[in-house]
Write a protein that binds this ligand. Structure first.
Ligand SMILES: *Cc1c(COP(=O)(O)O)cnc(C)c1O
Length: 393
C-alpha cells in the first residue's frame, strides 16, 4: 500500500508509453539539422506546446529542466545573478522546500537580505503579510503553491494581484519590478494557469505527478531576466544548456496533461478517501492531532494527512507500518538527513518532541477504499503496540 505520493508517484502507463519512442527510435539531437534531429526537435516542440497550454503560457516561456530542484535553483539564483546590484532584498517563507531555502541561504552568504515569512499555525501565509515585507529594494517574492509536508495551499493568485498593484506604483516611482515566483511542485492537481496566478516564474515537477523523475519545467514569463545556471550549447533559449531530454519531456507532458484533465474529479475523490481515513484514525487513536489546515479546508492538498502521534516516534511507526505493507513518510522525505527535525512543523509552532512524533500519509490516484480500511485497522493497533513497548521500558 503506497501512501507516500508527496515523495514520489508511480509513473502512469500512458506517460511511460509516451517516452518509449524517444530512446532508440527517435533518438536524434534536436539541434541537428538532419532528419533524426528534425524529428526530435519537432516532438520536443510539440511537448513544449502542450505543457505551455496547460499553464496558459506561450511555448517560448517554457524551459524544460531536470525537475523541481533544478527549476527552483534556476529561478532564484538566476534572478539574483541577473541583477546589477550586489545587495538586494528577497521575500520567501519559512516553510519552503530545501530546493528553495538552500539557494536563498546562498544569496544571504553573498550579502543579499532575505525575509522569511512565518506561517500561521495551520501553515498559511497571507498576501497582506507578503505586502508588509516589501521594501524599495525588494526584487523577488518566492512563495510555494502547496506545502509538501502539511499540504497548506497558499493564496498565490491573491499575492499575484497584490504584486501587480505594487508594481504599477513602483513603475511610477521608477523602482524595479518585483518578480513573483512559485514552487508548484506539489500543485499538479491545482489550477496552474499563470494568468490566474499572476506569476513571472513557476516550477512544475513531473516526478510528483506520475511523470518521470528529473522532469519538469520552469515557466519564465517573457521579459523576465534570468541568468542560466548551466552553461554550454545554449539550448532552451540559453537558460538551460545541454542536449534536451526528449523522452523526459514526452513523459512529463503526457502526465501533466492527464493530471490536469481530470483534476477536479480526482481532487474530489481523493479528498473523500482522505477524509474518511483521517476521521477513522482520529477516532481510533486517542490524542492523535492533525497538523496543517483542517480536513474540510479547501486550502489543504486533497491527498495530504499529517499527524502528531502521541508518545510514538514517527520513524518507529514508519518502520512498523512498512513491515505491515504500508509505505508512509515522516517529516520530510525530501531530505537525506532524516534526523533533522522538520523546519515546517517548527515554523507552525510544534515543539521538538512533537516534531519527532510525526507521520505523513499522502494518497494517490490509485488509492482505494480497501487501502483506507486496512490502514485505519492496522495503524491504531501498531500505535498501541509501540506505546506499550515504550511504557514497559
Ligand atoms: C519534491 C519537491 C521539490 C524538489 O523536486 P525534485 O524532484 O526532488 O527535484 C521542490 N519543491 C517541492 C515543494 C517539492 O515537493
Amino acid at each position: 500500500m503506497y501512501l507516500d505520493n508527496a515523495g514520489a508517484t508511480p509513473m502512469s502507463p500512458e506517460a511511460e508509453a509516451a517516452m518509449k519512442p524517444f530512446f532508440a527510435r527517435v533518438f536524434g539531437n534536436p539541434s541537428s539539422l538532419h532528419v533524426q534531429g528534425r524529428k526530435a526537435k519537432q516532438a520536443l516542440e510539440s511537448f513544449r506546446k502542450s505543457a505551455a497550454h496547460l499553464i496558459s503560457a506561450l511555448p517560448e516561456e517554457v524551459v524544460f529542466t531536470a525537475g523541481g530542484t533544478e527549476s527552483c535553483n534556476l529561478a532564484i539564483l538566476g534572478a539574483a545573478q541577473a541583477l546589477e546590484k550586489k545587495k538586494a532584498h528577497f521575500i520567501t517563507t519559512a516553510i519552503e522546500h530545501p530546493a528553495v531555502l538552500e539557494p536563498f541561504l546562498k544569496l544571504e552568504k553573498l550579502g543579499h537580505v532575505v525575509t522569511y515569512l512565518k506561517p500561521d499555525k495551520e501553515g498559511f501565509i497571507s498576501a497582506a503579510q507578503a505586502g508588509r515585507a516589501i521594501r524599495p529594494d525588494t526584487v523577488l517574492v518566492s512563495v510555494m503553491y502547496a506545502n509538501n509536508e502539511i499540504g497548506s495551499i497558499q493564496p498565490i493568485a491573491e499575492i499575484g494581484s497584490l504584486l501587480y498593484k505594487v508594481n504599477m506604483q513602483r513603475q511610477k516611482q521608477g523602482l524595479r519590478k518585483i518578480y513573483f515566483y512559485t514552487d508548484a511542485c506539489q500543485a499538479g492537481m491545482l489550477d496552474l494557469s499563470v494568468k490566474n496566478l499572476g506569476v513571472d516564474l513557476m516550477t512544475v515537477n513531473g516526478g510528483k505527478m506520475r511523470g518521470p523523475k528529473q522532469s519538469g519545467l520552469l515557466y519564465v514569463k517573457n521579459g523576465t531576466r534570468l541568468l542560466p545556471q548551466t552553461l554550454g550549447g545554449g539550448q532552451e533559449r540559453g537558460l538551460r544548456s545541454g542536449t534536451e531530454n526528449v523522452a523526459a519531456a514526452a513523459g512529463f507532458a503526457k502526465a501533466f496533461e492527464q493530471v490536469q484533465a481530470k483534476r477536479q474529479v480526482v481532487c474530489k475523490n481523493v479528498a473523500s478517501l482522505r477524509n474518511q481515513l483521517g476521521k477513522l484514525l482520529i477516532q481510533k487513536i486517542p490524542g492523535l492531532v492533525l497538523n496543517g489546515p483542517g480536513l474540510d479546508s479547501p486550502f489543504r492538498l486533497p491527498n495530504n494527512l499529517n499527524f502528531t502521534v502521541p508518545k510514538v516516534e514517527g520513524e518507529s511507526l514508519l518502520i512498523y507500518l512498512d513491515a505491515a505493507g504500508i509505505s508512509v513518510s515522516t517529516g520530510s522525505a525530501c531530505s537525506t538527513n532524516s534526523s533533522k527535525p522538520s523546519h515546517v512543523l517548527k515554523a507552525i509552532g510544534l515543539s521538538e518532541d512533537l516534531i519527532r512524533n510525526n507521520i505523513r500519509i499522502t494518497l494517490g490516484v490509485n488509492t482505494k477504499w480497501q487501502d483506507v480500511e486496512y490502514v485505519s485497522r492496522t495503524m491504531p493497533e501498531l500505535v498501541k503496540k509501540i506505546q506499550k513497548v515504550r511504557n514497559d521500558l
